[in-house]
Design a protein around this ligand. Structure first.
Ligand code: GUN
Length: 288
């Protein structure tokens, strides 16, 4: 069994991005600039946005965080998005989710210009991704593809089972694995007998959000297992009061696998790299 080390791979790719940014700067080209909008004071969202800022700094991107009180109206927030759409200094924009209940997330996502939508959530980018056209890819599936490529894991003709059908992970992941020539099965909360599918899988991508969901009895010997889960579970011994638990019963599943991602240190850091790669792509795709 070999660990798919997201920390190590992300470090390597970040260094490659840093060198590309240095080249852009030396050639007098534009420095990639990522903007994030953060509404309210959700703990996890603040942590994610701070991490994105740090990532930008590390690779030499410019970054801006716009913070708004949870009481901001939908119209005011949409106006802020339009302002960034029209600001040529900014190449990529993410609006950190979730948003307060009085704001329609779909409306906000669809207001971000598809040319700056480095989350890849805009219907235009979703459509382009499904057609296999070059565009921004949702960061987690992008990071997973980069991980599989780094470890040269064969995908052609393999049976990939994706567990979960979210717009952010499950659906785009299944499309990307299809493009990598896998035979793809998507299982979800209403699937009868998930084991029937996972026991036949060469590659399992667990993104269902239930800690410890994938058990050893559901996995065949030699499978590649990718764990997207990051549920916070209470842990008095941790400084934060919680620890992250994946969707895979890691200790029991790992010995059966050829490759497996740990949580933390697997998919998480690669998701962050996915966002950086999209921001770099924004320059190539749309910067004049
Ligand atoms: N909240 C949780 N995950 C994400 C993400 O990938 N992008 C944004 N914008 N918000 C999130």
């Amino acid at each position: 069994m070999e660990l798919l080390n997201g920390n190590e791979v992300s470090k390597k790719i970040k260094e490659e991005i840093r060198l590309k940014v240095a080249e852009l700067k030396a050639a007098g080209k534009k420095t990639p600039h990522l903007a994030a909008i953060l509404v309210g004071a959700d703990g996890a969202s603040m942590t994610y946005v701070a991490a994105k800022e740090k990532d930008c700094q590390e690779v030499g991107f410019d970054s801006t965080v716009l913070r708004f009180d949870a009481s901001i109206s939908e119209d005011e927030l949409l106006a802020e998005v339009v302002k960034i759409n029209n600001n040529p200094e900014i190449d990529g924009l993410i609006v950190q989710l979730p948003l307060p209940k009085h704001i329609n997330e779909k409306k906000v996502t669809e207001t971000i210009s598809y040319k700056k939508d480095v989350d890849g959530f805009h219907p235009m980018n979703v459509g382009m991704m499904f057609k296999g056209l070059r565009t921004f890819l949702p960061a987690t599936p992008y990071g997973i593809i980069k991980t599989l490529e780094h470890y040269q894991i064969e995908t052609a003709g393999k049976h990939c089972v994706v567990i979960g059908r979210s717009d952010i992970v499950g659906k785009p992941m299944s499309a990307l694995m299809l493009q990598k020539n896998c035979t793809v099965t998507v299982c979800h909360s209403k699937t009868k007998d998930v084991s029937h599918y996972t026991l036949d899988a060469d590659i399992i991508i667990a993104a269902i959000g239930i800690p410890g969901y994938l058990k050893a009895e559901m996995v065949r010997e030699g499978a590649v297992v990718i764990d997207v889960g990051i549920t916070r579970v209470a842990d008095e011994t941790a400084k934060s009061g919680y620890r992250l638990k994946g969707d895979v019963d890691f200790d029991k599943v790992a010995p059966k696998c050829s490759y497996i991602t740990p949580v933390p240190g697997g998919v998480g850091p690669m998701t962050r790299v996915g966002l950086l790669l999209n921001t770099l792509d924004a320059i190539e795709l749309y910067s004049k």
